[in-house]
Design a protein around this ligand. Structure first.
Ligand SMILES: Nc1ncnc2c1ncn2[C@@H]1O[C@H](COP(=O)(O)OP(=O)(O)OP(=O)(O)O)[C@@H](O)[C@H]1O
Length: 309
């Protein structure tokens, strides 16, 4: 098992954005700093962090929306920057699908669900009987196969739309789904059912999942492994039971206490704790110099003394 090739490896991935305001000087944002992660086939990796930590930049780079400033992305051991033929690039784009926070964003409001899914099926499963495949896929994502196909995206609830997005990933026979905050725009009452759906897709279809979230508690529902990011760096990673259940890095402990930002949440008698939270955040922003293994497969970052964010 341990010798298995990861379906996805990120190797020292960095991304610097240059912001060029209409007036004034260009500034640079180090959105990612030397991020290295492995995702094993058929497993889920939760990528957790507060807003601005760089999670979405990781997801968008994997699906090719951004190119790395440095570092490599390997899919089944192959550097995706070296996929030069159009056929190889198409295969990668089909195998790796992204599900976004806004379930509307990837659906065309002018087309029915049947249109969306049949189009994906005809391109990627040309030998399948389209009506049978459509029905099976809708059942797989727990949507009514009789009433759903004729509907337009606006006639579905947010949760149902998100299910259509997962159905589309199944239709193109995706092997890895990058789900970027897939439940955060949905009603609290249905968030758990979408996590349950992802769990089933992983277990029954052998899909691999990169689950991007700001909510560390939800990692436990779904992900065997968890990586915590802060200011563009991974600060802790390992089995979810350890990272979430017994965090060892100061920043992960803050996240577990649901107080990643002391400025926003702590006042009055909590002021002592707020000061400690500020200290941990300041220290955690420094460059990661090394990772220390605290239990098998569970590592935490050791930071430089001087900030260089
Ligand atoms: N296209 C871009 N141009 C310039 N800066 C960007 C761009 N995309 C992201 N950034 C910056 O990179 C940093 C990381 O952003 P990113 O969206 O990856 O974080 P995040 O953890 O996903 O946060 P959120 O949950 O708010 O999306 C932020 O400082 C952000 O402002």
């Amino acid at each position: 098992m341990l010798s298995e090739t990861p379906i996805l490896s990120l190797e020292n991935l960095s991304k610097t954005f240059t912001l060029r305001p209409a007036f004034g000087r260009a500034t640079q944002v180090n959105a990612l700093r030397n991020v290295s992660l492995d995702l094993m086939p058929g497993r889920a990796l939760a990528l957790v962090g507060e807003s601005g930590s760089g999670k979405s930049t990781v997801g968008r780079m994997i699906v090719g929306h951004h190119t790395p400033t440095s570092g490599r992305i390997l899919f089944e051991g192959q550097d995706i920057a070296e996929l030069t033929t159009r056929a190889d690039q198409m295969r990668y784009r089909q195998a790796v699908q992204m599900v976004f926070q806004d379930p509307f964003s990837a659906l065309n409001p002018a087309h029915t669900i049947r249109h969306h899914l049949l189009r994906a099926l005809s391109l990627h499963q040309p030998d399948a009987d389209p009506e049978t495949a459509l029905r099976m896929i809708l059942e797989d994502v727990e949507l009514d196969p009789l009433s759903t196909p004729a509907k337009f995206p606006h006639e579905l609830s947010g949760g149902q739309r998100q299910r259509v997005n997962f159905a589309r990933a199944l239709a193109v026979k995706a092997r890895l789904i990058v789900a970027d905050e897939p439940t955060s725009m949905l009603d609290v009452s249905i968030r758990k059912s979408i996590l349950g759906l992802m769990q089933r897709l992983k277990d029954e279809h052998g899909l691999s999942l990169l689950y991007i979230t700001h909510d560390i508690a939800t990692a436990e529902y779904l992900a065997e492994d968890t990586a915590v990011m802060f200011r563009g760096q991974v600060v802790e990673r390992g089995p979810t039971a350890q990272v979430v259940g017994a965090p060892q890095h100061g920043y992960t402990k803050l996240l577990r206490a649901a107080v990643p930002d002391p400025e926003l949440r702590l006042t009055g008698s909590d002021a002592g704790f707020a000061a400690e939270a500020r200290r941990v955040r300041g220290q955690s922003a420094h460059d990661v110099q090394a990772f220390r293994e605290v239990s098998p497969g569970h590592v935490i970052a050791e930071h430089a003394e001087v900030a260089h964010a």
